[in-house]
Design a protein around this ligand. Structure first.
Ligand code: ADP
Ligand code: MG
Length: 268
């Protein structure tokens, strides 16, 4: 079964889109057929990639104009991996888009994608507006990034409340964890936030390794690529996302016991 992971948080600018893109890429490189869907009406994933992705028809065009889904998924250089941008969400289309998502259109879209993907990552708008709640409802799993800055941890109870709300409604979306982002280990305040996180929340809810604060992300953003593709020799940050992808793989139960795990031919 395809696992669907929403990346959501109360606060903006905490690294959701960055995590969606780089974690998605790392899962794709590890061989999982991965689709990243931008559910944020502001189209932040497109902005992190290219103008071409931002301008391409996407989720909203599929929902509002009934453009076939397969015409909106952009293929990537990673085999089996795709990106579905949000598409055109002008103000006059926003309500129709939000309504459709609130009414469960993502369930149908995810169902259509199931045969082609092992993992679907939903990048969401900050806060818990209709599109983000719709994304969380349609997800099997949820990950919340939190920025390593003083008041950031205060927003965490909110996501736990939302998880409780989903469960009360009979929706079994599982919070796989909290991911500390923009951690500056040399800065005592940033390090203190990390300690506080470990002391206040159950260990199994804290994803590791944390994502360091690193200017490489801005360069990758400007170049419109995941950090791993910034240079021919991937920057060290690539390893952070590969480790995280390994952990997420376990948390999403991507390996099932009954699957035929056999050697993969190496030479022709
Ligand atoms: N670990 C990091 N170190 C430095 N800059 C980061 C990091 N993560 C994200 N950024 C930058 O911070 C800004 C906000 O990140 P983004 O992923 O768009 O957040 P969100 O999706 O939560 O609003 C972007 O310019 C991004 O490049
Ligand atoms: Mg974003």
């Amino acid at each position: 079964m395809t696992s669907t992971l929403s990346i959501a948080s109360q606060k903006g600018g905490v690294g959701k889109t960055t995590v969606a893109l780089n974690l998605g890429y790392a899962l794709g490189v590890r061989g999982w057929r991965t689709l990243i869907i931008d559910v944020d009406p502001q189209g932040s994933l497109g902005q992190a990639l290219s103008r071409k992705v931002s301008a391409a028809p996407g989720l909203a065009d599929h929902i509002v104009d009934k453009i076939p889904l397969q015409d909106t998924i952009i293929r990537t250089r990673v085999a089996g991996m795709g990106v579905l941008p949000v598409g055109r969400v002008s103000i006059d289309r926003l309500f129709a888009f939000e309504d459709a998502i609130q009414n469960g259109v993502l369930y149908q879209i995810i169902e259509k994608c199931q045969p082609d993907y092992d993992v679907i990552i939903l990048d969401t708008a900050s806060g818990f507006g209709p599109t983000t709640v719709g994304a969380m409802c349609a997800s099997t799993h949820l990950l919340t990034p939190v920025q390593a800055e003083p008041i950031a941890l205060r927003s965490l109870p909110r996501i736990l409340e939302w998880v409780g709300w989903l469960h009360d409604k009979g929706i079994e979306t599982e919070l796989i964890g909290i991911l500390l982002t923009m951690l500056n280990a040399d800065d005592p305040i940033s390090a203190k936030i990390s300690q506080e996180l470990w002391s206040r929340f159950p260990q199994n809810l804290i994803l590791s390794p944390p994502v360091p604060r690193d200017g490489t992300f801005l360069k990758a953003n400007a170049a419109g690529v995941p950090v791993a593709l910034l240079k021919r020799r991937p920057p060290p940050l690539t390893r952070v996302f590969d480790s995280l992808a390994g952990l997420v793989e376990e948390k999403l139960n991507l390996y099932t016991d009954d699957e035929d795990d056999e050697p993969i031919p190496f030479v022709d």
